[in-house]
Design a protein around this ligand. Structure first.
Ligand code: GLA
Length: 703
């Protein structure tokens, strides 16, 4: 390095971010990836030769490249005068402040008086939170049309992108694509996050899999329209840009004011998808604000929705609560249909007081009885919405997201309220505050059941966040579940205010299993709402055994979504046993690592737990082609000895394993001791399984 050139470094457990600054110029990217030692590294300029048809002043990849400076990659910032004329932004100098876990860079454009501050924050060594904000130092306002949350280099050896897409009842469908030769974009414009999960993706080297190879994962902290672009550069690597979408003219930054783009969570690991998933879990866990500052054991739910839909009243709900308590349920959640005018999905949304015909004494009686039965009481609401057939809409037709003098197309017979309006937010806060103050409600399932056909832009998302924030600060002990027609609003933005996600309205365990793996790419299992539903599944019409449904639901935050009275006595007892199983093991299932894997012949496995104690699910979805099952290699097990017990067999064939070998049968009563090297190299011997069967093992490290 020459005297004027300086490296700025941020190191995590096994990764490094290295920026280089020449004098007071804009820092350029030198490295983001595996942990490196920078001793002896020559300057970037000295490593580059010249090339034809290039800028004479060599344009290297800086941390917020802009158009006029000779950047031809995806745009990062676009700012206009209030009259619409573009303001040319080109940063010429920068100041950097660095500490052990943070780099802060101020980018200065003296001509336009635009400043950008980018913070690279290392979170517990796991990964980065990148926060970008733009400041107006001029004496006139400007409009921000776009501001990248982050632009990052992706190394030349990356070869594949994994992203997720989805729809209602089919969330988190995994897509795999090669790195683009032109450009790859994931852009969502539904007003909310969408059923394909957060704006994010995984980028992999060609040797990467669940357990090995370099993977970079990113997730935007945002619950609205967003864009992720990956483009090849003409230097042979790639560049990724993540941004939230801003509607034309919606965002004015006044003199001396600052606008902050949503942060980007960024992680990299050379231990494959599992390695980077663990880091993503750390980054998202960091954002959750648990009541009392600490996650307590995730209580078993019973949610009334699929048990009775809209058909309930005080008697019916009390009956449901009684039978829930007998099963061992710890939180009773009354879903849609409890408020004025809500006998179906055509009316009532917006009128948030209990239907006095169905609930003559309000909801207090239900809450009181639930508490008496040893359960918390939770309630469904959908505050951001209104049915045109409601008192609220009749009184305030102007409170919805709609273009003037245009039709107001409904979806599920409802319109979205305009959360850019202060009076709407105040009204909603009062409505929720009243509910929470009048009744002993410790949990809200907060739904959002349509896309925004008339856009509310970024301000609508921020309006929702503000409402969540106000409710949380007025009622800090109330937990909130984020739901949007199942999993339409699952992201690291909303998780700041919520404690659980309703992952999908599809409770079919075969569909769920795949979706849950997608969910886990971004979020930890303790916030994954997973319920045992009735058969046939209301979403798919398929039926699986009670055990299989329960085994899959036990991977997340367990609940029941059926009427226990519709089960036989034997089924109720089986369900109750599963609830006890979950209670016994949730301290292992939640809060630790999640490791996903694939064995041969279509068998999938999933381990959840701590360093020295895990539960392992072995799952067969389809019929096997072979007479015997192959052992399952467990690469995470290597350096210790393990005692392995078979805790549960779930599937159509019941709780016994009639055809298993004796050593395997014995694992139900006496742990089998195996070395980690055997488990990792040769594998755990497992029995042949029928389709839609699962085994759950307990693994304990021993000396
Ligand atoms: C959405 C949710 C369901 C249920 C209904 C109630 O569809 O995903 O779980 O709460 O709304 O109307």
């Amino acid at each position: 390095m020459t005297q004027d050139v300086r490296l700025y470094e941020l190191h995590g457990d096994d990764w490094s971010l290295i920026l280089e600054q020449d004098g007071n110029s804009i820092p350029i990217w030198r490295h983001f990836g595996v942990r490196v030692d920078t001793t002896g590294v020559p300057t970037a300029r000295s490593c580059r030769g010249t090339s034809t048809f290039s800028m004479d002043d060599d344009q290297r990849f800086d941390i917020l490249p802009t158009g006029g400076s000779g950047w031809f990659g995806p745009p990062t910032i676009s700012i206009n005068n209030p009259n619409g004329a573009p303001i040319d932004v080109q940063f010429s100098t920068s100041n950097i402040v660095s500490s052990e876990d943070q780099l802060g860079v101020e980018l200065i454009d003296e001509v336009s008086d635009v400043r950008v501050i980018i913070l690279y924050i290392s979170r517990a060594g796991a990964g980065l939170e990148i926060c970008t904000s733009v400041k107006n130092l001029s004496d006139i306002p400007f409009n921000v049309a776009r501001i990248a949350s982050a632009i990052i280099p992706l190394p030349a050896q990356m070869s594949e992108i994994i992203s997720w897409s989805g729809r209602h009842n089919s969330e988190f469908f995994e897509n795999r694509e090669s790195m683009p030769t032109q450009g790859w974009y994931r852009e969502t414009r539904h007003g909310i996050t969408g059923h394909g999960g957060p704006c994010g993706c995984y980028v992999l080297t060609n040797d990467a899999g669940w357990h090995q190879g370099q993977v970079i994962a990113m997730q935007l902290v945002w619950s609205g329209n967003a864009r992720l672009a990956i483009e090849p550069t003409d230097e042979g690597d790639w560049v990724a840009v993540a941004e939230h979408l801003i509607d034309p003219s919606e965002l004015t930054v006044h003199p001396a004011s600052t606008y902050s783009a949503p942060p980007l969570l960024l992680a990299t690991s050379s231990s494959g998808r599992n390695g980077v998933m663990e880091k993503m879990h750390s980054l998202t866990r960091h954002r959750i604000e648990w009541p009392g500052k600490k996650m307590r054991a995730r209580p078993v739910h019973l949610n009334s929705w699929e048990a009775c839909y809209f058909a309930h009243d005080e008697d019916r709900t009390l009956q449901l609560a009684e039978s829930a308590a007998k099963l061992g349920v710890e939180r009773f959640v009354l879903d849609d249909g409890w408020f004025q005018g809500r006998d179906n999905d055509k009316s009532g949304l917006g009128d948030w007081s209990p239907d006095t015909q169905k609930y003559p004494e309000g909801l207090s009686k239900i809450a009181y009885r639930a508490n008496e039965l040893g359960m918390e009481f939770g309630l469904w609401i959908e505050p951001e919405m209104v049915n045109p057939d409601s008192k609220l809409y009749r009184e305030h037709p102007a409170w919805v997201l709609a273009a003037a003098d245009r039709d107001r197309p409904t979806a599920r017979n409802q319109l979205a309220l305009d959360l850019r309006l202060e009076e709407v937010c105040d009204h909603l806060f009062r409505a929720i505050d009243n509910l929470l103050s009048e009744t002993s409600i410790s949990y809200l399932k907060w739904d959002h059941n349509r896309h925004h056909s008339s856009s509310g832009g970024a301000a609508q998302v921020r309006g929702s966040y503000e409402l969540f924030k106000r409710v949380r600060s007025a009622h800090p002990n109330v937990e909130i579940e984020s739901c949007a027609g199942g999993g339409g609003r699952i992201d690291a933005g909303i998780i700041n205010y919520t404690h659980r996600f309703w992952a999908s309205d599809n409770l079919d365990a075969v569909s769920r299993f795949a979706m849950q793996r997608g969910f886990l790419a971004f979020m930890p299992p303790e916030v994954m709402g997973a319920h045992v539903g009735a058969i046939p599944s209301h979403a798919t019409g398929r039926s699986q055994s009670l055990g299989f449904r329960a085994a899959i639901a036990c991977q997340g935050h367990l609940g029941v979504e059926l009427d226990p009275a519709s089960l036989t006595t034997q089924e109720r007892s089986e369900l109750s046993q599963w609830i006890n199983f979950y209670k016994d093991w949730r301290h292992i299932i939640h809060g630790g690592s999640t490791i996903l894997g694939e064995a041969s012949d279509g068998v999938l496995w999933q381990a959840q737990g701590l360093d020295d104690e895990l539960l392992l699910w072995v799952i067969r979805k389809d019929h096997s082609r072979f007479r015997h099952a192959q052992p399952i290699t467990l690469p995470f097990a290597t350096d210790r000895n393990w005692e392995i017990s078979l805790l549960r067999h779930a599937g159509q064939t019941g709780l016994s394993l009639p055809n298993a070998g004796s050593a395997i049968k014995e694992m139900s009563s006496k742990p089998l001791k195996l070395s980690g090297s055997w488990l990792a190299g040769s594998g755990l011997p497992v029995p042949s399984l029928a389709a839609e069967n699962a085994l759950i093992y307990h693994l304990k490290a021993v000396s």
